[in-house]
Design a protein. Structure first.
Length: 369
């Protein structure tokens, strides 16, 4: 065997030996090392790239059902936190309370913390006692904080009532939901995050969501205060319209359109509301839905207003929870600033008339279901 062939054999042996050594010792190229680093990334690192850290509660002016709290204190304890932005005259928020109360009862001992962040729409909703009364009315037991200056609202970059954020044990926002609905999905996500902290939730049944028919055709929210109405391209149906700061003697036109507020009598247009100046006045509107609510308040003493549907006193079958009866007469006693339920019946087109008997009455908005 010549020297050249021997040299080639030695080179081949060295190459084969080198390959075996590299495999044996698992020496990696830079690209392989990067791939393995990605595969071995912790859940924390993955969340940092996919999910945002939740901001903290800031600018809180009041605490209800709790002493001073922070989100961080709960996540440091390994808790799952649900943040719910709401305000107590928001009908969409009110419809979510049965689900929130149910989740609180079912999961509070398994690691779920619910914090209601009350961010007011109207000025009177900033009042601590008003919010406290709302908690009692809707049987809310979980902690609620007052975000009167919208600082927490802005920290979350929120724009909606209601809105829910689910925060995991590491402080990341893993899920958020705008508006009503999606209750089964939200609860399943709660259970998923609770399972991550070791809670046994697999045998807990998810509450089934009640489906609503004909919701697409329901009259939308109507505002009476000029700052709210005009900024949303709304106005009352009277030809004079809302005139900021002015007192107008309104007359009901011979024909009224659906989904608009109409007035009769002397009313003053304020940013938040319209204020009755006469000792008697009327509010009219045509709407579609199965329920109607309005936000109103008395300026001093309680105000009585009579309720009519299609020209007649409302029947017990159609009356909302705030309607009272005195013989055939139906009325609502306006004694505090809140949302009043005036109609609760079958879906249909209705003409609602409110006859107000005091100039101490102010009206903020209507909502429908």
């Amino acid at each position: 065997m010549n020297k050249k062939l021997i040299f080639l054999l030695i080179i081949m042996i060295l190459i084969i030996g080198g390959i075996y050594y590299l495999e044996k010792t698992k020496i990696k190229t830079p690209i392989q090392e990067i791939k393995d680093q990605k595969q071995n990334s912790t859940l924390e690192e993955l969340k940092d790239g996919k999910y945002k850290k939740a901001p903290e509660l800031v600018g809180i002016s009041g605490y209800l059902n709790t002493e001073e709290i922070t989100i961080r204190n709960f996540t440091k304890q390994g808790k799952v936190v649900l943040i719910d932005f709401w305000t107590y005259t928001c009908i969409n928020c009110i419809r979510t309370f049965p689900y929130l109360n149910s989740w609180y009862d079912k999961y509070k001992d398994m690691g779920l913390v619910i914090i209601g962040v009350h961010t007011p729409e109207f000025t009177f909703e900033k009042d601590y006692e008003n919010v406290k009364q709302a908690l009692e009315k809707y049987n809310i037991k979980y902690p609620v904080v007052q975000d009167n200056d919208y600082l927490t609202w802005n920290a979350f970059n929120n724009h909606y009532w209601p809105r829910k954020y689910l925060i995991d044990k590491d402080g990341y926002i893993r899920y958020d939901h705008i508006g009503e609905g999606g209750y089964e999905e939200i609860e399943d996500k709660i259970k998923e995050l609770l399972s991550e902290i070791g809670s046994s939730v697999e045998n807990i049944e998810t509450t089934k969501e009640e489906t609503k028919k004909n919701r697409f055709f329901i009259t939308g929210e109507l505002y009476a205060g000029h700052a709210f109405a005009l900024s949303r391209d709304q106005d009352i149906g009277n030809k004079e319209g809302l005139q900021p700061g002015k007192i107008i003697d309104y007359e009901l036109p011979s024909k009224i359109d659906a989904n608009k507020i109409y007035l009769n009598g002397k009313w003053k247009s304020n940013p938040d509301d319209i204020q009755l100046i006469d000792d008697e006045g009327f509010v009219f509107l045509l709407f579609y839905g199965n329920s109607a609510n309005f936000v109103a308040k008395p300026l001093s003493t309680p105000v009585e207003l009579e309720v009519f549907i299609d020209g007649n006193y409302i029947t017990k079958e159609m009356a909302g929870s705030d309607v009272q009866f005195n013989g055939s007469k139906t009325f609502i006693n306006i004694d505090k600033p809140q949302l009043y339920n005036v109609v609760d019946g079958d879906y249909g087109n209705y003409k609602l008339t409110l006859k107000i008997k005091s100039k101490d009455f102010t009206l903020n908005s209507f909502t429908f279901g």
